[in-house]
Design a protein around this ligand. Structure first.
Ligand code: ADP
Length: 485
């Protein structure tokens, strides 16, 4: 009996189709591991194309019946799922920490945040509107209605194993769509547990499927090629997002894309420094730095840079590193060795280019994939990390002298997801928030995510919004009915 046996009681480790877990066609499994130890947690069904198509068959069988349910029924199921999820906070949080590595405190936060998308969209389900107008010529009526898009493929990443799923499943179900989720291969357990919660909440069989697998394309390609699928929604790297957009073009699928970021975090000379330091800690270290909204480039006015760097390094140096489920740990491991190698290479490159290490700077010897909380100061803008996502606990500080220069530098990237800045000047707050090329801007705060607000990027960071009153429209088609008067 292993210490991880409890997972078997919580998580259906099969392919979740038609309201039940089943072995993958062919019977293959793959291992899911704890990034804090490298130890195998459990084996999970290794889904492939046959499983994916079985999930689509089942989605198509129930799509019209699900679309025809009343908004109140769909809302009640979402609400019930939210309630059960919150009741299971401790179990879900531990599971998420085991497969992903973040601290249990952060996992609890994700249960609350991720769960909120179910509650929020249960409330939005009953507000799907339309419009009615008289044609300007007077002879006809214009009736505009909103209808569910149809079967949706949702592909999710490992960094927020729950919330990146609920942010798609919540609005899709609220709109009346069926959903097939392909969770990340590193973290399929949380999504499988969620599927079981939905079944308990009364979601009809077939409306939600979860197909885990070690070969993502084997699952997603046959679905994208099948004319019955009507939408793909994805959170992950820009590289894979572009690939999926190309594949989605064949059947002209609706797409929502939440892709990579390279968030600037600007501290102006008139900022409240204490507030900026707290904001930087949140924007950099939330989720161990493994967030697409993470502050990737911290620009600090040269008149206060020295003080900021020293105080930030002091804060990061006190963070306790260890397994996310151990008591009194502030920072867990990175997701896997590949990610740690990427972070190490970016740090080495910056240091070779002249960055000054204020604290940390090195991977921590295993077991597990830990990296020291790191502050680099005076990073040259030619360093690779100025262009590339770090996705780890590494703060890169750059100096600047003028607003014009820092705004130009902040925008000098193909990404446009989140941006943050700190100032006490209202004029500047408005001017800079308009000038920054980002889908989300935090002013005097280091966290922007909120289920009630539209989350999304511009430029190569994505297409569409998740959350807010906007989020449900990603899963609705507009239909115009022309009536003769
Ligand atoms: P990351 O680099 O953060 O792991 P990815 O974009 O590779 O981000 O992964 C996000 C999600 O996309 C995961 O569920 C992963 O399995 C999936 N994925 C990766 N490659 C492909 C692919 N070629 N086609 C479809 N999905 C993919």
């Amino acid at each position: 009996m292993s210490e991880y046996d409890f997972i078997r009681d919580l998580v259906p480790t099969g392919v979740w189709i038609d309201g039940a877990a089943a072995p993958a066609c062919g019977g293959a499994t793959f291992a899911v591991s704890d990034p804090a130890t490298g130890q195998v947690l459990t084996e999970v069904a290794d889904g492939g194309s046959a499983d994916a198509l079985r999930a689509l068959d089942s989605a198509c069988r129930v799509q019209s019946a699900w679309a025809a349910t009343s908004a109140r029924e769909r809302a009640a199921i979402l609400r019930r799922a939210w309630e059960i999820l919150i009741e299971r906070t401790e179990e879900l949080a531990l599971l998420m920490t085991l497969e992903m590595g973040k601290t249990v405190a952060e996992s609890r936060g994700e249960v609350a945040y991720g769960g909120e998308f179910l509650r929020w969209f249960s409330e939005e389900a009953v507000r799907i509107g339309g419009r009615n107008a008289t044609a300007p010529g007077g002879a006809g009526r214009i009736l505009v209605t909103q209808q569910p898009v149809g079967p949706v493929l949702a592909i999710t990443p490992w960094n927020f194993p729950l919330a990146m799923g609920t942010r798609k499943i919540g609005p899709a179900l609220a709109a009346g769509c069926t959903v097939i989720v392909k969770p990340a291969e590193d973290t399929p357990l949380t999504m499988l547990m969620l599927a079981a919660i939905f079944a308990e909440a009364g979601l009809p069989d077939g409306v939600l499927s979860v197909v885990p697998g070690s070969d993502a394309a084997a699952i997603t390609e046959p679905l994208l090629a099948d004319p019955r699928l009507r939408k793909v929604t994805f959170t992950g790297s820009t590289r894979v997002g572009k690939l999926l957009l190309r594949q989605a073009a064949e059947n002209v699928l609706r797409t929502s894309m939440e892709l990579g970021g390279n968030a600037p975090f600007i501290v102006f000379e008139d900022a409240d420094l204490d507030l900026a330091l707290t904001g930087a800690l949140a924007a950099k270290m939330r989720n161990g730095g493994e967030a697409c909204t993470a502050a990737n480039r911290i620009y600090v006015h040269n008149s206060i840079r020295e003080e900021f760097a020293a105080r930030f390094a002091e804060k990061l140096a006190t963070l306790r590193v260890g397994p996310g489920y151990a008591p009194e740990v502030d920072l867990g491991p990175l997701i896997n060795e590949r990610q740690r190698a990427t972070v190490t290479a970016l740090v080495d490159d910056a240091v070779a280019a002249g960055a000054v290490v204020r604290t940390g700077g090195k991977p921590i010897e295993g077991p597990g994939f830990f990296f020291q909380p790191t502050v680099l100061d005076e990073v040259p803008r030619t360093a690779r990390m100025h262009r590339e996502e770090i996705f780890g606990p590494v703060a890169a500080i750059y100096g600047f002298d003028t607003e014009e220069d820092v705004v130009a530098a902040a925008n000098d990237t193909e990404f446009g997801l989140a941006a943050y800045f700190f100032t006490r000047d209202l004029d500047r707050a408005l001017r800079v928030s308009e000038a920054l090329e980002a889908g989300m801007v935090g002013v005097n705060r280091g966290v922007v995510s909120d289920p009630a607000a539209p989350f999304g990027g511009i430029k190569q960071s994505g297409l569409g919004s998740e959350g807010g009153s906007e989020g449900i429209h990603e899963y609705l088609d507009t239909k115009y009915v022309a009536l003769t008067r």
